[in-house]
Design a protein around this ligand. Structure first.
Ligand SMILES: O=C(O)CCC(=O)C(=O)O
Ligand SMILES: [Fe+2]
Length: 216
């Protein structure tokens, strides 16, 4: 009986420090994974995934959409946050309550007590998609952390330093893992290596990532 219980209950989350200010909360979102994926379905019914263009003219391999008061967009004019989805002209869908709760709880667990996200970028990686090393720096207040939730297929997250040239750590991320970085780590470079083919019971070959920010 006891063994059976262990095999079927989700693992207790555990924390792994990446550096001062940054931590991986392993499996922190496992329990709410299915609900978060249902939230993604609701958001994308209103604001479908799209592949955006960088100011340099490249089409991003990651498909994106947003919810909350502010959505992150990129096009020929540059990177920015805006109230409206440029595809529909409508405001971005509201942030599902399950998203907000999870993000605030993760931030608190990581030592950031006053996180109030007003933006959630939703990334969808298909096999072959990747995200190059970058800083999240379009936000007004770097005193607020970033909370980044992984769902579905596994990926290798790169967590670098404050300079582009600093060699990044390779951090394997699985369904339910949450990375939080803020304080002295807030402007660290990070990215995601090319997604391998996988077959996750909830998402098939795809990986979803929810990145919560305080934009304004
Ligand atoms: O997919 C990830 O884990 C990271 C996403 C990210 O860095 C971003 O959206 O800015
Ligand atoms: Fe980022």
């Amino acid at each position: 009986m006891t063994m059976d219980l262990f095999e079927h209950s989700p693992p207790e989350p555990w924390a792994e420090s990446l550096c001062e200010g940054a931590v991986v909360l392993r499996r922190f979102a496992s329990v709410s994974g299915a609900e978060l994926l249902a939230g993604i379905e609701r958001v994308t019914a209103q604001a479908p995934f799209r592949q955006m263009r960088t100011p340099g003219g490249h089409i991003m391999s990651v498909a994106m959409t947003c919810c909350g008061d502010w959505g992150w967009v990129t096009d020929a004019r540059g990177y920015r946050y805006q109230h409206q989805d440029p595809v529909s002209g409508d405001p971005w869908p509201a942030m599902p309550e399950v998203f907000r709760t999870l993000a605030v709880e993760a931030a608190t667990k990581a030592g950031y007590d006053d996180f109030e996200p007003d933006s959630c970028l939703i990334n969808r990686y298909s096999p072959g998609a990747r995200m190059g090393l970058h800083q999240d720096k379009n936000e007004d207040d770097f005193g607020q952390p970033i909370v980044s939730v992984s769902l579905g297929a596994p990926a290798i997250f790169q967590f670098g330093g404050l300079r582009r040239g600093d060699r990044p750590q390779r951090v394997p991320l699985e369904h339910g893992d949450v990375v939080v970085w803020g304080g002295p780590a807030r402007l660290r470079y990070h990215g995601v290596l090319t997604l391998k083919v996988a077959d996750h019971p909830l998402t098939g070959a795809c990986r979803y990532n929810l990145t919560f920010r305080r934009a304004r």
